[in-house]
Structure formats: C-alpha cells, structure tokens
Design a protein around this ligand. Structure first.
Ligand code: NAG
Ligand code: NAG
Ligand code: NAG
Ligand code: NAG
Ligand code: NAG
Length: 454
C-alpha cells in the first residue's frame, strides 16, 4: 500500500482585539500535511527498486536553485533522500512522482526549506511536475517583490492547494489562476496584490477555502457561487460595492470575513440561508441598514461582528432579531449608529460571552432578562442613551468587573439593595447613581423605572 498524503487539520484562529480568541477547527481542508506531524509519503526501507521520475527530479533541482537551496542538487534522489517539505507518491510501476513542495519557516516544528531573501523566485519548472497537488510558499519573496506567475495556471489538472502567504507578491491576481479548477485551497493572505478579484476564480467550483485577506484589492466582490466553500476571507482590502446576493448560494460557508473594506449597501437577505455559518465579520465597512429581519435563522452562528458600519439614521434592532441564534457567543455591534431599544432577544442567548453595543443611540432601558446571561464576561453598553435601572445583581457585576461598561448614558441608575452599590466603586467607574424613588411628579426616567417594576 502506498502511503497517502495526510489531510491536515485546518485551524483558524480568530481574535478580536486582545480580549479573547475564537477557534474553528475543521478537517479535510487540504493544507499541507506537514502542518501537523505525521507519517510522510515516500520510500520505505524495503523499496529498493523504486526511483524518482528523472524529469521531475531535474524540475525539483531548478525549483530549489531558484529559492537559493542549491544544496538540494547534491541529493541523488529527491524522493528517496527527501527533506521536510517534499512529498512523493509511487505509481504502479514503482516510479515516484513529486506531489507536494513547501517552503518557509512556518513554525519551529515545520522546518521547510527557507528561501534566500534577495533573489528567490518561483521557477517555471513547477509546470514540469505533472502530479503536483500542493505548492506552499511562506515568506519567500518578500525581499524580492514579484508578481504571482501566470504559469501557475498550467497546473490545473492536478493542483489542489496553492498557498502564497506573506510573500510580498505585487500586481494583480493572474486570471490564469481560474484554470486551477481542482483547487480546494487558495491562500494569498498578506501580500501587496492590487487590481480586482478575477471573475475567472468562479470556475474553481470545488473550492473549500479562499483567503485573499490583507492585500490592496479593489473593485467589487464578484457574483461567486462556491457550493463547497467553507472559508471566505477577503478582509483588509479596498473592496467596494455591495456584498453580492449570490453569497447565499455558497451554502457550506462556515466563516465569512469581509472586515475592513469599503463595502456599501445592506447585508443581503440571502445570507440568512447560510445555516452552517459560525463566524460572520463585516466590521469596518460602509454597510447600511436595515439588517435582514431573518438574521436569527443563522442558527449555527457563534460570532457576529458588524461594528464600525454607520448603518443610517433609522436602523434599529428588531426585538426578536436574535431569536434562533442559540449558539451565539460573540456579538459586536459597536459604533453603528443604531437607534431604538436594546432587543430582549439578546437576553435569551444562552451562550453569550461577549456583547458590545456601545457607541450607538440605543434608548429605553436595559432589558431585565439580561440578568439571565449566565456566561457573559464582557458587556459594553456605554455611550448610548439608556435610562432606568441596571438589572444586574452583585454576582454578575463582580464577574465582569471592568469589562462591564455602562458610562455615558442618559439616565442609568441602580436600585438600593441590588448589590450593585457594593461593587460600584471598587470595580469600575460607571457614573451611575441611585435610582430616585417614584414621586407624584414623575420624570421620564422614573416613569420608565416604575413601569418595569410593576
Ligand atoms: C488559462 O486562463 C486564461 C485566462 O483566464 C486563458 O486565456 C487560457 O487559455 C487558459 N489556459 C489554459 C491552458 O487553459
Ligand atoms: C498595482 O501596483 C503596481 C505597482 O506595484 C502599479 O504599477 C499598478 O498600476 C497597480 N495596478 C492597479 C490596478 O492599481
Ligand atoms: C452580479 O449580478 C448582478 C445581477 O444579478 C449584476 O447587476 C452585477 O453587475 C453582477 N456583479 C458582478 C461583479 O458581476
Ligand atoms: C427611543 O428613540 C426613538 C427615536 O429614535 C423614539 O421614537 C422612542 O420614543 C424612544 N424610546 C424611548 C423609550 O425613549
Ligand atoms: C457619549 O456617547 C455619545 C454617543 O451616544 C457620544 O456621541 C458622546 O461623544 C459621548 N460622550 C463622551 C463624553 O464620551
């Protein structure tokens, strides 16, 4: 039995600020097997008749020379005496073929050959590897900035994983990459790529992970439809125009990150069909309201991050907006110019850990069911127009301490003997005073308070 390439775990670590981190772990996503340490493809000791395809061996020498790894040309058989970063597979005649090449110091444990900074490039000899499934270059060309070569498109019949991460690539994403119709993973994270996202990428119908984040891409997001796509990360670019409604047809999406672009228009209704979605980050764009009414149908969602979009002066949060999002742990809606009341459905989210609603124009009182939020460790309601009594008791305030922010509201107050006053001065600076006892001449705030307490 020939050893098979391991399908590695794809671990996505998502973090916001320094506060907390959030991890999605998925299997079968085809990042290089060497990302985890496991048995590698190649010769076993008994495989004496085996040899490496001679043309592929010459091609590997070219590729290694082009990255400053001339030492490799002294290796008589690149599959037999292989290094960490090359994988081979035998055919039925016991001839070995190169299926994976990786470069760059990914971590202390994954010592792929590094690239010589000043003169490395991708040799066109990669097109002489007819069985290549994985190409992985990490921090290889950042000192010798160069475009992504169009000839990579010629690897269409076999290539499944193309990772060109933090390489300093500039210029456009070549249209020819759309010819890589068997790709599962395309990762061009953190280069200096400009121009627009090629529409030709839409031909890669089996794509599972597309990461074009941290570039300088312009234009709008094409009307893609990728039925198997799990990960779509276009964050930190200069993309403009609307979020295409076709996003709703990529039904396998688990993570969407479009943060820090210039996207406009509303969040399309079609996103509510993405029932596997775990993370949606659309923060720091120019999106406008209204929010899709059926957002609650995103029942797998664990993190919803929309902060920094000025939604327009009439955008409100419908009271039942979050009903259905039973897994939601992180809700970040800061600085969105939201009006109206804080929805009660937030208080019914059993797994909520972090909720930021600060910097809006929310009015009315904090829903009393917020005291049911047993797992909340961070709550920001500061810089709003909230009034009435704070519904939390001592235990909840103590749990959050400084991560509870209530300052700069119109008229929040605490009721005597709620336990709130015990922690007031020791834990945070809220600027909140004792609620007034209702008197015959009622002020608005007090009227509100007395309604809540029956
Ligand atoms: C690859 O794609 C380009 C542009 O998208 C096209 O012009 C070319 O014919 C394709 N090449 C092959 C070998 O399919
Ligand atoms: C992309 O950047 C290069 C310089 O790196 C520049 O010459 C080119 O005009 C840019 N293209 C676009 C579409 O911005
Ligand atoms: C996407 O499709 C809509 C109509 O369905 C069209 O108006 C728009 O121009 C398309 N956008 C792109 C980038 O192809
Ligand atoms: C909240 O503000 C809206 C206007 O944005 C107003 O119509 C409504 O009466 C206010 N509600 C409360 C309880 O203050
Ligand atoms: C208080 O919050 C409002 C937003 O509701 C904001 O505009 C204002 O600048 C804040 N005031 C202070 C002193 O931070």
């Amino acid at each position: 039995m020939p050893p098979v390439l391991l399908q590695a775990l794809l671990i996505l670590v998502y973090s916001w600020g320094l506060a907390t981190s959030f991890t999605v772990i998925m299997s079968d996503s085809g990042v290089p097997s060497a990302l985890i340490d496991g048995p590698q493809a190649g010769f076993s000791m008994n495989n004496n008749g085996a040899r490496t395809d001679a043309r592929e061996q010459e091609a590997v020498y070219d590729i290694m020379r082009a990255t400053g790894n001339d030492w490799a040309t002294d290796i008589p058989d690149v599959c037999r005496d292989r290094w960490h970063g090359i994988e081979c597979m035998p055919d039925k005649d016991n001839v070995y073929h190169v299926v994976s090449l990786s470069f760059g110091a990914l971590s202390d444990d994954t010592a792929f050959p590094t690239c010589e900074p000043a003169r490395s490039y991708i040799s066109q000899s990669v097109t002489k590897l007819p069985h290549i499934k994985t190409l992985f270059f990490y921090r290889c060309f950042d000192s010798n900035p160069q475009p992504i070569p169009a000839f990579l498109g010629q690897l269409g019949p076999t290539l499944q994983t193309l990772v060109l991460r933090e390489n300093g690539h500039l210029g456009p994403i070549p249209n020819e990459l759309g010819n890589l119709t068997r790709l599962r993973v395309l990762d061009l994270h953190k280069n200096n790529l400009n121009g627009s996202i090629p529409v030709s990428l839409g031909q890669i119908t089996g794509l599972k992970s597309l990461d074009l984040s941290w570039n300088r891409l312009t234009g709008s997001i094409p009307n893609f439809s990728f039925p198997e796509l799990n990960i779509l990360d276009l964050s930190q670019n200069l993309l403009a125009g609307p979020i295409p409604p076709s996003i709703g047809t990529s039904r396998s999406l688990v993570k969407i990150d479009f943060s820090r672009n210039r996207l406009t228009g509303p969040i399309p209704e079609s996103v509510t069909g993405l029932t596997d979605l775990i993370l949606m980050d659309l923060s720091y764009n120019r999106l406008t309201g209204p929010l899709p009414r059926t957002l609650g149908s995103l029942r797998s969602l664990q993190a919803l991050i929309l902060r920094g979009n000025q939604m327009g002066s009439t955008t409100t949060l419908p009271f039942d907006l979050f009903d259905g999002m039973k897994d939601l742990m992180i809700l970040i809606l800061s600085n969105m110019n939201l009006h109206g009341l804080v929805p009660e459905s937030i208080g019914r989210l059993p797994n909520l850990r972090v909720a930021y609603l600060d910097g809006n124009r929310l009015n009315g009182s904090i829903p009393t069911n917020f005291r049911e939020l047993k797992h909340v460790s961070e709550l920001r309601l500061n810089d709003n127009h909230l009034t009435g009594p704070v519904p939390f008791g001592r235990e909840m305030v103590w749990r959050m301490r400084r991560k509870l922010r209530l300052y700069n509201n119109s008229g929040l107050c605490y009721t005597a003997n709620s336990g709130f006053e015990d922690v007031l001065h020791s834990s945070f600076d809220s600027g909140i005073g004792l609620c007034e006892t209702p008197r015959p001449s009622l002020s608005r705030t007090v009227q509100h308070f007395s309604t809540i307490n029956g």
